[in-house]
Design a protein around this ligand. Sequence first.
Ligand SMILES: [Zn+2]
Length: 368
Amino acid sequence: MAIKSGTQADIAHRTLLSQATVSAAVRELATAGLISTAKDRGKVCLSPLHDVGVGVHLGFNHTTVVARRLDKEFDQVTSQVRSEGVSRGWQRALPDVKQMIEEAIEGTGQQRSHVLSLGIAVPRMINPQTAEFTLPILPPWREGDDPAGDLGSWLGVRALIDNDANLGALAEQTYSTREHAETVVYVKASTGIGAGIIVHNNVLRGHGGMAGEMGHLTVDPDGAVCQCGGRGCLETVIGADALIAQVRAARARNGAPPPETLEQVIVSANAHDAVCMRVIHDAGRRLGHSLAQLCNLLNPDLVVIGGQLAQSQLLLEGCNESLRRFALPGAVAASSKFVLGLSELGTQAEAQGALVLGLRGHEHSGGT
Ligand SMILES: [Zn+2]
């Protein structure tokens, strides 16, 4: 995946800053010896830096860590991925997460003392006023869990934390090779369903961090009770538990072995298992119906589907069908720049967004 060419004009386009502002910043940074401008193509290049940025995504059933020396391109990260997450409890997961961070840092050729910033992506809401879990704290988190405090003090940096869908949106907007989008909706469809929303280049978190809790939109007022206490939330219909239960019910009748995980359902769908294909395609249609409401409200120019379910093209097909059926035509017309696509960053999006969050926080804290 190639990053845009990195000329001053590209930087101005991507940051929405004026050419004059970018030019002044480039001059200042070049004088400080932090960057240089390539003579042949005008590309702005970072001078060699030994500092390392780290991004961590603590999923329910998986963990991803990315680390990158800051003079490297964003896709030159070293990564660690494990199919165990925080469902087992934060204190039990913590030693493994530390080990993954150590290994990712080692992969950059640097040491822990070189870590400059740390960002953490988590499922569930984070209160933007306090940087703590929004109350009531929902599983897998428990009262007193403090991943940012635990990992930040261990690495000796101030760790920043945010909801994983928010950080997926941030990564897509920062690194997408698609045309720059000002209003972005990133849907993380995995164990749960969440959306990260960027409006005019700012992550929309809402007063208590609840913006984008798409999984708890009511789609069936008489449906099943959700763990949030609501009834008929989208998550009760297309969350991992619901999809696994549908496949199990069908297989109980046809005698095939039942799936244990969402990943098994996706792998079977991609291998043309008729039951799993139907379940994933219809999940896409239900998702598209809810997304259509969001598109009518926000009129985004980019909608990205990420998370585990995005590993199936069938989901996108079903989603696209419903979006065209239920959204205002003008809100999803190609002529209005609207794009619906799978995440270009794959399952690394949230961890990459966490790395960006950490770096931005470091900038704003004045480099302490
Ligand atoms: Zn709910």
